[in-house]
Each structure stands twice: as C-alpha cells, then as structure tokens.
Design a binder for this molecule. Structure first.
Ligand code: ARG
Length: 474
C-alpha cells in the first residue's frame, strides 16, 4: 500500500523529504501510548454505534498483536510511513486487512499525537516524584546519621556561622520536596484528554470524549478543540520543572565536588560512583556530580528550544510542533539518569566528621554570637559588631582563634566580657542558640526531619494511588 494520505498526490514524495519530515526514528518511543489511545478510541466508536462490534474486536485484537510484535522487537518501522501513528496503522491494516482502516474514523493525528504525549508524560511525572522521594530519603538518612555533626555554614563561600551538617542536607530535602510538589501539581493539567478535537475543529461523528477520558483515566477533557491540538504548555511545564530539579541537583553537585576536594575533604564519594585518570594514578574524580552539573545545560536548552519553537505559531497544528518530542525524551532520560544515580551516591557517601570539626574549630564563624553576647549586656549591635571586628583582627594578627584568647585579652576590647563567653563560643552552643522554627538548633532539625518523613509518607501514598489507577486504565 502507498501512503495512507496518498489519494490527493500524483507524485512520489522526494526521498530526502521523507527522511526530513519523518519522526518515526524518535516517536517510536510512544508506541505503547499510541496503542492505548487507539484501543480506547475504537472502543468508544463501538459503544456509539459508529463501528460494528465485530470490527471493533478485530481492530483491538490486531492492535494488541502489533504492540506485542513491537515489544518483542519483531517489527520494522518504515521511514516512508512517517511517524509512529501511521506505522502502527499500517501494521494494523497489514494484520487485519482493510477493516483496520476504520480505526482512524473521527480522529486526526493531531489529537492522536497530543493524547500520546499526555499519556507518556503522565507516567513520567509519577516516576519522577518517586525518584525524588528516593533521593529525599537518602538525604534524610544522612541527616539522621549526622545530627550531631557541625560544619561551618557559608555565605559568599566564606565561613559564616556554624550549622549542623544535617541542617545543610535538609535544605536540599526541602528543595526536592517543592520539586515533587510542582510535578504533582502539574499532573492535573497533564491529565486532560485532547482526543476528540480532530484535526482542529472537532468531528462530524457522534463521539463520546468523556467516555474515552474515563477509559484512559483522564480527569477531564480539553474544553476547546483548537487549544487541544495546538498547545504544548503541558510539555513546557514539565521541561521547566525538570530544569529547576536539575538546577537543584547541580548546586548539590557543586558542593559535593568541592567537599570531596583535598582542600575541603568533608566527604568522600564511594568508589563505585567515581572514576580514575588515565595518566594520574592518584586521582579519584567526582564524575557523576560533574556530569549532572554539565547536563543541566541541555535540560535548560530543551526548555528554551521548545519555548522558541512555539512562540510564533498560529493556531492550530503546525508541523513545527513535531519538534516537541526529542527535547522532551532527552530531558526525561537526562533527569532519570541523574536522579537514579544521586540517591545511592548520597546514601553511600562517607562523611569526614573529624575534618568538619577541625574546620569549625579553626574558624571565626562563632563571632556573631559574642557580638550578640555584648548586645545582651546592653551594647548597641553596631558597637558590638565593631568590637568583635577588632577582636577578630587581633586574633588574625596573633595567629589565634577566639576560643584561644584569655579573658584579659578579651577585656582589652570591651570591659563587658566575662568568662561566660567561653561557653557562648562553643560550636554546639552556637548551633543550639538558633532555636527558632527552621533554624539549625538540634531540636529544630530533629523536628524538621520528622516533618519531612511524614511528608514523604504522603508522597509515597500519592505515587501508589497513581500506580493503582493506571493499572486499572491500561
Ligand atoms: N508526527 C507528527 C507530530 O509529531 C504527528 C502529527 C502529524 N499531523 C499532521 N497534520 N501532519 O507532530
């Protein structure tokens, strides 16, 4: 058989045009979703009396056989058949005969492709919420194991105030929690059915879109047929959420890379997650976080790419929109790779508590606290700041830290000092003094961990609910 749309043409398509316009090389990834959508569509055609029941059964059986063949790898797609939709339709007609040609009644590839991508991304969103959940759990486990480990907290990459290492890790748990929440929120927009919009205007057949939606587990249908076939904002939303996740992963990557340098020596990534150098035998390189940091660029690129493709397209479908797929697949793969590696890499990371402790001891990050001490004695904060600035300068000139100074030395800078400052300056006390909701004090971090764990239970329940629902609708 020639082209499924060949009737109007008198010439063969140019070979280069066929290759240039075909999407089958990449949209073959949508085979399962395409069949799932077709089965729901043809079932509805039967229920509405648009097709006789026998034809519906024949088509459904044929579609299942085609999908089995695709899954077994016993199937060769043809560039000449352009895309996954026409390749499957062609394979169906080869399998069941001309009756297969009835499948496309009341449907267009425009609403078909949009439906496939909604089905595809819906699954991915749940998968990513689950992967984020695993990463959050690994971070929480490390936080629990480091509930008494203190590190210098940084601003401007300069030591600022001591904090619990657990508190630092829990910052990422919060970020990934919002990332998961964003994905969960986008689910309701992704879970909207475009099918039934036809090419752009709807269809003359008495179809039942809500029935198709119900079969496929969609919560609602697109209100407007032009919108249904011509917007890709659900993909853009996913690409921007993916970009934000990669940005968070990239910041954590940067910290892991710094922390595993000899200069910091705060953590050691497990051998299984590092690689060596072909020339320098001593090297152990943090390639995984480096690559995650690097691949963040392509994920941003895919977002900007699709925004640009869409920005001047008149309604409704334009072939430009076929460009929505490769970036989406690439982002899905890139994000999968990063998240799958990150959870076990965090779980197996060795924390050098001793080095962290030394960094805290040889450090002025407790300076704010003696300024606060003087404020407690009635000195205005600005003056206290000045006094401590001078004290720190004295320490630097003498090669000492604040805890090394005698009370006499302190008193040179202010008569308000007394020997309670030695307790105020202890890193544990500095940390525990920040006993506000969201602060670094041990009781606050312990409660934050408990809250995060209960949020994670809710996320796990959400994932399970989807898995159940999708089992019913496929
Ligand atoms: N392969 C096409 C795409 O991905 C499917 C829709 C084709 N529709 C059309 N009118 N040519 O966008």
């Amino acid at each position: 058989m020639s082209k499924l749309w060949g009737g109007r043409f008198t010439k063969k398509t140019d070979q280069l045009v066929e290759e240039y316009t075909a999407s089958i090389t990449f949209d073959k990834e949508l085979a399962e979703e395409d069949v799932q959508g077709s089965v729901a569509h043809v079932t509805m055609l039967g229920k509405q009396g648009i097709l006789p029941a026998d034809d519906v059964d024949t088509i459904k059986d044929g579609l299942h056989r085609v999908l089995q063949r695709i899954k077994r790898g016993d199937w060769e797609y043809a560039i000449a058949d352009e895309d996954i939709h026409m390749n499957i339709e062609k394979a169906l007609i080869d399998d069941v005969g001309p009756v297969g040609g009835k499948l496309h009644t009341g449907r267009s590839r425009n609403d078909q492709v949009a439906t496939d991508m909604h089905l595809y991304l819906r699954k991915r969103v749940v998968e990513f919420v689950d992967l984020l959940h695993k990463l959050q759990s690994a971070l929480i486990e490390q936080a629990k194991a480091n509930i008494d480990t203190i590190i210098p907290g940084y601003t401007h990459l300069q030591r600022a105030q001591p904090i619990l290492f657990a508190h630092h890790l829990m910052a990422y748990v919060s970020m990934f929690g919002r990332d998961a929440e964003r994905l969960q929120d986008s689910y309701k927009r992704i879970n909207t059915l475009p099918l039934g919009a036809g090419a752009l205007a709807g269809t003359t057949f008495p179809i039942d879109r809500h029935f198709v939606a119900k079969q496929l587990g969609f919560d609602r249908v697109y209100e407007n047929s032009l919108d249904a076939v011509s917007d890709r904002d659900f993909i853009l939303e996913f690409l921007s959420h993916a970009s934000i996740i990669m940005m968070h992963l990239s910041r954590l990557s940067e910290e892991l890379i710094l922390w595993s340098s000899t200069e910091f020596h705060f953590v050691e990534l497990d051998d299984a997650f590092c690689t060596g150098s072909s020339i320098m035998p001593q090297k152990k390189n943090p390639d995984v976080p480096e690559l995650v940091r690097g691949k963040t660029g392509r994920v941003y690129g895919n977002l900007v790419g699709l925004l640009t493709v869409l920005k001047s397209l008149p309604l409704a479908y334009n072939k430009d929109m076929q460009e929505d797929k490769e970036g989406m697949f690439d982002t899905v793969r890139t994000l999968q790779g990063a998240l799958q590696l990150f959870a076990p890499m965090i779980a197996t990371m060795k924390v050098n508590k001793e080095t962290m402790r030394q960094a805290v001891n040889q450090d002025f990050s407790n300076a704010t606290d003696i300024a606060d001490f003087l404020v407690g004695k009635g000195l205005p904060f600005r003056q206290a700041h000045e006094v401590i600035g001078k004290t720190v300068l004295y320490c630097i000139q003498q090669g000492k830290y604040l805890l090394d100074l005698t009370l006499e030395e302190f008193k040179q800078f202010s008569p308000l000092f007394d020997d309670r400052i030695y307790s105020v300056l202890q890193p544990e006390n500095v940390v525990n003094a920040r006993n506000v909701y969201g602060g670094t004090a041990t009781p606050q971090v312990t409660e934050a961990i408990a809250r995060a764990e209960s949020d994670l239970e809710a996320t796990a329940a959400w994932v399970t609910e989807f898995v159940e629902k999708s089992r019913k609708s496929s």
